[in-house]
Write a protein that binds this ligand. Structure first.
Ligand code: GDP
Length: 443
């Protein structure tokens, strides 16, 4: 079934290939295929609708990049948007400043919550973090036994008080025990139900208020499909989650739940469960999930190729612009973001000969300045970004940008004058009037 889907997507892209640019009409087929791909990957319908609408807007607004085929550009837009919605980079587990870090596990029965508790403990143990697992599912003695057995298997202690004590009290005593033992992290396994019910939610809220967790992880079975959206909404509204673990990804589900969970809660998926064994836990990588959801093994390669071509075409255009003095604040922002994507300024400058000598104080200043510049450009209107000269003699505009970005009018003034100076230097370079590289001030 997935192969057929991949073929259809390719068909749609082939149709785009014959076109010279993306337009409202020629992307409809491709959008329709993306829509089908997402639905059959079990992404929630509303999430799909919003996603498609965003991709459509982005695709239409995309600049034509010479040398890049519209189908490649379209794949990249879809893929980038998927990755962006799912959170771009992998977000690690929180670590409290003073131990213990408290992690509360929540989710329906059978999703893999108890297994995930042990998997997480093992994962942390491998990072040399010590753990205590707490069993609070007093309704199912088997669940307590299961955690105890898993604990023995991975050599992580389990705190339990049998089935006669209130779960909130067990959790409270569990934290006290963790402090006494001096462990780094406490993971509290809680009782699930087959369906969302008030009593379960009430108990979770009480446990949460008592133990004040640093992480509340919702465990979601990736085979839940469309329902993952409602589940996430309810848990997030009632108890507030900080992340999720998506289990059973080793099955043949395409993992659309990841998109729904992230989109609805705004919280990152932190790990995925890929098997019944305790070792079967992996960090969540949005880019891998994006290819999985699109159902094409080679999407990544396609995207890489498209990215290379887009970058090359972009760089050439940028250079042309710089030299022709049509370089504006939008271009400037783009360049800055590129720089940021390449890592911290400090890390970058250390690789430049002669730059290693910069003090950390100077580096810090550089990074602060980049951030400040970005904030100010973000507060400019599109018209101002395209036409920096508008700002040269307009105190009211500068005042507005200053208050919007939280900096002073003087800061905005110096950004504008430094930018103008830089642009005119670049223009002179373009006309061959300057020998060698000019200093670019402290921008
Ligand atoms: P709980 O009721 O939420 O605590 O769920 P359990 O941890 O008891 O897991 C329910 C079932 O799902 C068990 O049979 C587990 O072995 C299985 N399970 C949990 N996580 C995974 C996973 O990532 N992959 C697979 N294939 N099975 C899993």
């Amino acid at each position: 079934m997935f192969d057929a889907l991949a073929e259809r997507l390719e068909e749609a892209w082939k149709k785009l290939k014959g076109q010279d640019k993306i337009s409202k009409t020629n992307i409809q087929d491709a959008l329709q295929e993306v829509r089908r791909a997402l639905l059959s990957a079990d992404v929630n319908l509303q999430v799909v609708k919003d996603f498609i609408a965003e991709v459509e807007t982005k695709a239409q607004g995309a600049e034509v990049v010479s040398g890049v085929r519209p189908d490649q550009q379209f794949i990249k837009i879809v893929y980038d948007e998927l990755v962006e919605v799912m959170g771009e980079t992998n977000v690690p587990l929180a670590q409290a400043e003073t131990a213990p870090t408290v992690v509360l596990m929540a989710g329906l029965q059978g999703t893999g919550k108890t297994t995930a508790t042990a998997k997480l403990a093992l994962h942390l143990r491998k990072e040399n973090r010590t753990c205590l697992m707490v069993a609070t599912d007093v309704y199912r003695p088997a669940a307590i036994d299961q955690l105890v057995t898993l604990g023995q298997q991975i050599e992580v202690p389990v705190f339990e008080l049998g089935t006669d004590t209130n779960p909130v009290e067990i959790a409270r005593q569990g934290i006290a025990k963790a402090k006494e033992m001096g462990v780094d992290t406490v993971i509290i396994d809680t009782a699930g139900r087959l369906f969302i019910d008030e009593a379960m939610m009430g108990e979770l809220v009480q446990i949460k208020n008592t133990v004040k967790p640093h992480e509340v992880l919702l465990v979601v079975d990736s085979m839940t499909g469309q329902e993952a959206a409602n589940l996430t909404r309810t848990f997030h509204e009632k108890i507030g989650i900080t992340g999720a673990i998506l289990t059973k990804l080793d099955g043949d589900t395409r993992g659309g739940a990841a998109l729904s969970v992230r989109r609805i809660s705004g919280q990152p998926i932190k790990f995925v469960g890929v098997g019944e064994k305790v070792e079967a836990l992996q960090p969540f990588y949005p880019d891998r999930m994006a290819s999985r959801i699109l159902g094409m093994g080679d999407v990544l390669t396609l995207v890489e190729k498209a990215t290379e071509e887009i970058d090359l075409a972009d760089a050439a255009k940028m250079q042309e612009k710089m030299l022709a003095a049509t370089f504006d604040f939008n271009d400037f922002l783009k360049q800055m973001r590129l720089l940021k994507n390449m890592g911290s300024l400090g890390g970058l400058l250390k690789m430049v000969p002669g730059m290693g000598k910069l003090s950390s104080d100077q580096l810090q200043k550089g990074e602060t300045k980049l951030k400040q510049t970005e904030a100010m450009i973000n507060s400019m209107t599109m018209e101002e970004r395209k036409n920096p000269d508008l700002l040269a003699s307009a105190p009211s505009r500068r005042r507005r940008i200053a208050s919007g970005s939280g900096y002073t009018e003087r800061d905005v003034g110096s950004l504008v004058s430094e930018f103008t100076k830089m642009r005119s230097l670049m223009q002179q370079m373009g006309q061959g009037k300057l020998a060698g590289m000019p200093g670019m001030g402290d921008m």
